[in-house]
Design a protein around this ligand. Structure first.
Ligand code: CA
Length: 231
């Protein structure tokens, strides 16, 4: 299998060096940008398998870089490096389209585990030959990682697709936030399940006619989320 490519966008040289060293030792190819504009350009020209994106960057901050990429239809997993413990950075990042975040200072072991979990592509490129999974107006095509609504392709990130695929395959099955963290992100999450809530909100904005009154992606109050059985 070809080595996966990780784009590091970070302006602190010491952090870049330690990230490069450890990622390369794990078998990844790395590309580096040291400001937001260069990061945005490289994300588009290099087509990385994952992007590590610092928030505080010269020229353009990480939220803007992430938002710009998603707006232009780039779907690679984006793992934000947030400097502060504050909730707001995490939520801004997720709302800008990031798939995950890690707070500085991070442990390298934890970061490598997150990179691996976010880069994993189950069944990617394996055609099922069974045609799309059709539920209501939504059609999910496993082999091409795409979802259509009434025949129009939706612009989903890789993680959004993976969460929707899991839910659409098991209508009526209620998943807790912890279940979803484990199944979609592939790691145990310690208490902070905000990522799931933001991802659900983002998905609803894309798949529902009215995201405030969803008919596909439902909340089971006090438990978690499920895909509607009867649409
Ligand atoms: Ca920085």
């Amino acid at each position: 299998m070809d080595a996966k490519k990780v784009l590091i966008v970070e302006d602190e040289e010491a952090i870049v060096e330690i990230l490069q060293f450890n990622l390369q030792r794990e078998g990844y190819n790395t590309v580096v940008a040291m400001d937001g504009e260069a990061g945005l350009a490289l994300a588009k020209s290099e087509d990385p398998d994952l992007m590590l994106l610092d928030v505080m960057l010269p020229k353009m901050n990480g939220f803007e870089v992430c938002g710009n990429l998603r707006k232009d239809g780039y779907r690679m997993p984006i793992l934000m490096l947030t400097a502060r413990e504050g909730e707001s950075d995490k939520v801004f990042g997720l709302e800008a389209g990031a798939d995950d975040y890690i707070t500085k200072p991070f442990s390298m072991r934890e970061l490598l585990a997150r990179v691996k979990a976010n880069i994993r592509r189950q069944n990617m490129g394996v055609p099922t030959g069974d045609g799309p999974l059709q539920l209501g107006d939504l059609a999910l095509f496993e082999s091409s990682y795409t979802v259509q609504k009434n025949g129009t392709a939706l612009d989903l990130t890789q993680k959004e697709f993976e969460m929707l695929r899991l839910l659409m395959k098991t209508p009526g099955h209620v998943y807790t936030r912890e279940d979803l963290m484990e199944k979609v992100w592939n790691y145990d999450y310690f208490g902070d399940t905000r990522t799931v809530d933001v991802m659900v909100r983002r998905l609803r904005e894309k798949i529902e006619d009215d995201s405030a009154n969803p008919r596909y992606l439902m909340t089971k109050r006090g438990v978690g989320y499920y895909f509607a059985e009867k649409i």
